[in-house]
Each structure stands twice: as structure tokens, then as C-alpha cells.
Design a protein around this ligand. Structure first.
Ligand SMILES: [Zn+2]
Length: 483
């Protein structure tokens, strides 16, 4: 009898010394939070220990009783998701906004971005700036300039076509340019619309040799299937996908090859817009489900990812920037930009919509659903700051449109967390919530699985293990407002 009482006492003490007084030196303990992992889904009442920039431990709160001397954050009623990615941004598009973009991304919970087009010295500047202070800045991946053929579209000839691209005349030029970009430590390559098929083949060949991915717009001289078969890893904006999903896709291809040949003397921007005007509406009117099915099966087989930039593509009709919450974000832009964006949004909103605008809008959203059903991976990207899309906030808008197009809230979250990490082969480090991963996380006040707009309820940004409270983030935004 006495023996068993002693045993009970001993085991009680052991139990308590193991569980009641756990102390994690130099760590942050987020207690009683609901974890929303893009792979494993929702689990409530969890405790997460962050140490040395990483997730040290995750356990049910009732099994991990903390010594009160720990640095404890109460997560009761709150939700933890991985830090978000915007997989399509341009630091080099608007010079006056660029110096604010890192802060804007960060304060809206965007802890990583993929810049896919800009002069190498400009985009590298922001990548390096962010690397100098990784606990306070988002992670920046860069492609360098758009690799375009001749005439190149983004040649700096007019304000809406800043010099984001290099115009490459020959296959050898492609080779040389990629060699020089590799010495600048680019993270991927971006192919553009005026490349010839031979030049495009060189881009994908060199990319494989250098271990880089190729994203971009399907060149106008090619169709989607041949671009995918040539090794294009991802496609932006569903650009030129409509041309390959039409019943008359073969005629459209030969027509635009003629237009490309005849338009050599024009600027790239004029020529490209002539081709889109001649073909896009025609293609949408001749959209053929069985042709599209064939195309999407090839994309699925080749693992050719899609970044639909739906917020941008549907903005003509959906007008996200008319919303007061969106307009409020304009105050974080330079005063002149705020003024001109407000005026332009107002006059833009009054433009009448054509039947084609409406049909194309529908087509884009249906196509995203179709792509998703074909199990082709999608990444959330916005093209900010193009088209009144405030860096940071625009990613949350993208998630909303993805859900409207037919993704579940969890699937939408995956497009901005796990998928971009997997794209860069760093999913072992980032993009989901498990022990050992880099602690890039967001604490939200409301559940994004109930309503995807709740990703905007950012309570705390955690970057490389450092916590930034709402007050800290608001102070940083206020400083932009006063600049
Ligand atoms: Zn872009």
C-alpha cells in the first residue's frame, strides 16, 4: 500500500517536472493558437515555440505546459498561417513607388516576393537591401529583365512600357545575356512574347543547364503546347492561353506569325497590342472545351505552373480599387501618386464595359477553375504596382478572386504559401507550419478558412523568428503616409 502511494507521488512529480515547468530559453512561445497549415489544414489549441528564427516545437497546448517565465504570447482566438508570397511583382515598374514596396509588402503580411521583370541593377538593389535586414524585410527572388526578342515590348518608349526588358536579336544574344544574369545571382528567368522559337529553345536549354526555372508569357510565335514541351516551367497571366484553346488555334498561330513578320518596323508595344487586338476576342469567341482540355492535359503532364494574376486580369470589370479599403491604401504612396491614382480610378470606373470585357472576365475565372481541376499548380501573384494595385494589399485581393473563381479557402492559401516555396525548391524550409521550418508566419485575428478576406486581419507578422506587432506595423505604415 505504502509502496504504491510512493510510486504515485514519484510519477506525479515526474509528470509535472516534465510538463508543467518547461522553460525555453531565448524563445517565443505562442500558446493556444489555431494553426492553419496549407497541407494539414486546421488544428486548434496548439503551442508553437520559435527559437533562432525557426519553429522549434509544435504541440497541443494541453500537453506542453509552459513555465510562466517563458516569453509567452497568448494566441487564444487567433489563427496562425505561413507568411504570404506575392509571386508576381515589379520593383522597377514605377520609380516613385519602388522605395516603399518592401515596407508595404511586409506590413500587409507578404514575407516573400518574386520579382519577375526589371533592369537587373534595380531589382538586385532591392534583393540585396532586403537581404541586409532579413528579420525586418521580405525575402526577394528576382528574374532580372524580361528576355524579349526584337522589337522588345518593354523598351522604355512610353510610360506604360518602362525599360523592363532586353531586346535580343539572335540566339547567341540569348546565350550571352543568360550567362551575364547568372553572374548577378538571378533566381529564375523570364521569357517574353517577341522571342522566336529558336531563341525560346535557347532560354529553356540554358535555364536547365544553370538550374533555373523559366517563367513568362508564351511567345507570340509559338503555341502553349510547344512552349510547355520546350520546358517552360510556368506561365503568367494565362497570357496567350486563349489563342491555343480556340477551335481555330492553328489559323490564329499562322496569322500572328505573319503579323509578327510584317510588323518588324514597329515598336514592340504597338506590334504586340495589334496582335492581341486582332486575336484575343476572336479566340475567346472560338473557345473550344475539347481543345482546351488537350492543352491543359499537356500543362499538367509537363508540370507547367500557372500564375493567373486574376486580380489584375479581372480588374477592368471587377474594379477592386473602387472599394474604400483599397483606396485607403493609396495614402501610403507618394502624395502625387495617391492623387493621380484616385483621379484615374474615378475616370476609369466610368468607362463603359463591352460585351467582350464581360465575356473575357468570365473566361478568365472559368479557366482558373479548369486549370485547378486539371491539378496544375497555381501561384498567387498580382503584377503590382501595375493598374492601381497597391503592393501588399493586392495579394489579399488576388486570394479573394481565386476563391471566387472556385478554389477553396485552403487551396487559395496554398497558392500563396506552400506552392511558391515548392516552386523554388525550398518547401523543406518554408511555406508550411512544421518543426524545423523558418519562422515566417502571420497571426490573424479571424479565420481565413471561414472567409479568405480574413487574411487581411493581420495581428502580427513573424519574419525569420522576429515578431512585429500590429502597433509596430501601423507605425511603419504611418511613416510612409508622412513621407
Ligand atoms: Zn508582370
Amino acid at each position: 500500500m505504502r509502496y504504491s502511494v510512493v510510486l504515485i507521488i514519484i510519477s506525479f512529480c515526474l509528470f509535472h517536472s516534465c510538463t508543467n515547468n518547461v522553460m525555453f530559453e531565448d524563445a517565443v512561445c505562442v500558446q493556444n493558437i489555431t494553426i492553419i497549415d496549407p497541407i494539414d489544414g486546421e488544428s486548434s489549441n496548439q503551442t508553437l515555440i520559435i527559437k533562432d528564427g525557426r519553429i522549434l516545437k509544435i504541440a497541443p497546448s494541453k500537453e506542453l505546459l509552459l513555465d510562466p517565465k517563458n516569453n509567452i504570447i497568448d494566441g487564444t482566438g487567433k489563427f496562425l498561417i505561413p507568411g504570404l508570397w506575392d509571386a508576381h511583382v515589379h520593383f522597377d515598374y514605377l520609380e516613385e513607388i519602388a522605395p516603399r514596396m518592401l515596407d508595404l509588402f511586409f506590413c500587409y503580411g507578404i514575407t516573400s516576393v518574386r520579382d519577375i521583370g526589371g533592369r537587373i541593377e534595380k531589382v538586385k538593389y532591392y534583393k540585396d537591401l532586403a537581404l541586409e535586414d532579413p528579420k525586418n524585410m521580405p525575402r526577394v527572388k528576382i528574374a532580372g529583365p524580361l528576355l524579349d526578342g526584337m522589337p522588345n515590348v518593354y523598351d522604355g518608349s512610353r510610360p506604360q512600357n518602362p525599360p523592363l526588358s532586353v531586346g535580343l536579336a539572335t540566339v547567341q544574344d540569348v546565350d550571352d545575356m543568360i550567362e551575364s544574369l547568372v553572374t548577378e545571382d538571378v533566381d529564375l528567368l523570364k521569357a517574353y512574347e517577341m522571342l522566336t522559337p529558336d531563341q525560346f529553345a535557347k532560354v529553356t536549354e540554358k535555364a536547365k543547364e544553370k538550374g533555373l526555372k523559366v517563367t513568362g508569357h508564351v511567345p507570340l510565335s509559338m503555341d502553349v503546347i510547344s512552349a510547355s514541351n520546350a520546358g517552360m516551367n510556368s506561365m503568367e497571366h494565362l497570357r496567350n492561353l486563349e489563342l491555343s484553346c480556340a477551335s481555330n488555334s492553328v489559323e490564329l498561330l499562322s496569322q500572328r506569325q505573319t503579323l509578327l513578320f510584317d510588323g518588324k518596323g514597329d515598336t514592340g508595344a504597338v506590334l504586340r497590342s495589334r496582335i492581341h487586338t486582332a486575336q484575343r476576342q476572336n479566340a475567346i469567341e472560338n473557345y473550344d472545351e475539347s481543345v482546351a482540355d488537350k492543352v491543359l492535359n499537356v500543362l499538367a503532364k509537363n508540370d507547367t505552373w500557372q500564375i493567373p494574376t486574376l486580380a489584375l486580369n479581372t480588374a477592368r470589370v471587377e474594379k477592386p480599387f473602387v472599394k474604400s479599403t483599397f483606396q485607403e491604401s493609396f495614402k501610403y504612396l507618394p502624395v502625387e501618386t495617391e492623387k493621380s491614382w484616385k483621379e484615374n480610378v474615378a475616370s476609369f470606373s466610368e468607362l463603359p464595359l463591352s460585351e467582350f470585357n464581360i465575356n473575357y472576365n468570365r473566361w478568365l475565372q472559368d479557366m482558373v477553375k479548369n486549370i485547378h481541376e486539371h491539378e496544375i499548380p497555381i501561384m498567387a501573384g498580382t503584377d503590382c504596382p501595375i493598374f492601381f494595385l497597391t503592393p501588399g494589399l493586392s495579394l489579399h485581393t488576388e486570394l479573394e478572386v481565386l476563391v471566387r473563381a472556385g478554389l477553396s479557402t485552403l487551396e487559395a492559401l496554398k497558392t500563396a504559401t506552400y506552392n511558391p516555396a515548392k516552386y523554388f525548391n525550398i518547401e523543406g524550409e518554408l511555406g508550411s507550419i512544421s518543426e524545423g521550418k523558418i519562422a515566417d508566419l502571420l497571426i490573424l485575428n479571424t479565420n481565413p478558412l471561414d472567409n479568405i478576406s480574413n487574411t487581411q486581419s493581420v495581428n502580427t507578422v513573424i519574419k525569420d523568428g522576429k515578431l512585429h506587432s500590429r502597433e509596430d506595423l501601423d507605425r511603419r505604415l504611418e511613416a510612409l503616409d508622412k513621407m
